[in-house]
Design a protein around this ligand. Structure first.
Ligand SMILES: C[S@@+](CC[C@H](N)C(=O)[O-])C[C@H]1O[C@@H](n2cnc3c(N)ncnc32)[C@H](O)[C@@H]1O
Length: 314
């Protein structure tokens, strides 16, 4: 990234932070969880006993890999927005001969580059083209294999982090990237017992709490702010009306933080809303994507906790 891009990045980050913290219900965009420490903490979360999504989605991928490969086609250019550790993608890269190129895309650039280096060693026959970008903003894909089918892989039910208003914009972006012959392979978390959900986001080792509070450390570091994460408590709650788990940081005692010369008061008992994880029924999900995609195939686990879905553009 050039120095000018870096300055632009920081000023757009500052604007997004201010716009969230000046609302009545304070909020921060969940993409700011992910500096290098945040990415590592997220990896630790995926290994927790209570956190069912990762292991369930992995098993669905492993159990159905041959059929998935057939759906994806003969020559595939795989694009993954929010690739993180690419650990689930390795199941595809290791077992499918039809992938010629992989574009991992992540906002956490240092972590992305480390992962890409490892992937190049592990998969010398696959072209690895990391793209450090925010996929909620316009971006260009690196040029490669024009004759390959573009397939976007979006596991982890990260789609559930979007608010309903924003999800349609994102779906349009994916629709436009893959073109009329492409495909979208997406992990979607399903509605289930609320106690299972609450436990998954309020784990007994408090790793999710560390992850949630890390957003404040990240802002301190990037924007020179002075949040004290110890003045906040992590809590994940189920919002029945909106069908989502919400992560919040609850203020433990009155204090204030200065952001860009403006003093923001934090009052004991109020919260900063940091993340949504929407859960869907299969019908709700098919309806949500129906402006842009047809759901052609759904794989689930034996408890119907999670689904992997193969979509084609309309
Ligand atoms: C929940 S993790 C999922 C990682 C991986 N895809 C998986 O399923 O295990 C979300 C990843 O998306 C990245 N991310 C979040 N918001 C992003 C954005 N707006 N643009 C690019 N990457 C983003 C984060 O840095 C993180 O690595």
């Amino acid at each position: 990234m050039t120095e000018t891009e870096l300055i632009l990045n920081k000023s757009s980050m500052l604007e997004e932070v201010k716009s969230g913290l000046f609302q009545q219900q304070k909020s921060l965009p969940s993409k700011f969880f992910y500096d290098e420490r945040g990415s590592k903490l997220f990896n630790d979360i995926t290994e927790l006993d209570e956190y069912y999504p990762t292991r369930t989605e992995r098993k669905i991928l492993e159990d159905n890999i041959e059929e998935i490969a057939k759906y994806l086609g003969k020559k595939v250019l795989l694009i993954e927005p929010g690739s993180g550790s690419s650990s689930k993608t390795k199941i595809l890269l290791s077992n499918m001969q039809n992938i010629c190129c992989y574009i991992p895309m992540d906002i956490s650039g240092d972590y992305l580059n480390k992962v890409a280096e490892q992937l190049r060693t592990e998969y010398p026959n696959i072209q690895i083209l990391p793209l450090s970008a925010d996929y909620t903003k316009p971006f260009d894909l690196p040029k490669s294999s024009p004759d390959a089918r573009k397939v976007v892989f979006y596991p982890g039910s990260t789609i559930g982090n979007f608010k309903m208003e924003k999800v349609q914009q994102f779906l349009k972006v994916i629709h436009d990237i893959i073109g009329k012959d492409g495909a979208f392979l997406i992990g979607v978390d399903l509605k289930k017992d609320i106690e299972v959900l609450k436990a998954a986001y309020n784990d007994s080792k408090s790793i999710t709490a560390e992850f949630n509070k890390n957003i404040l450390n990240h802002l301190n570091e990037e924007l020179g702010l002075s949040f004290n994460p110890n003045l906040f408590d992590h809590k994940a709650i189920w919002n029945e009306e909106k069908g989502r788990i919400e992560m919040h940081l609850f203020v433990k005692e009155d204090h204030s933080v200065t952001v860009d010369d403006k003093v923001i008061d934090f009052i004991k008992g109020e919260s900063i809303h940091t993340e949504n994880s929407h859960k869907y029924s299969l019908n709700e999900f098919a309806d949500m994507v129906s402006n842009w995609f047809d759901v052609k195939k759904v794989w689930t686990d034996e408890k119907d906790f999670f689904s992997l879905q193969y979509l084609e553009p309309k």
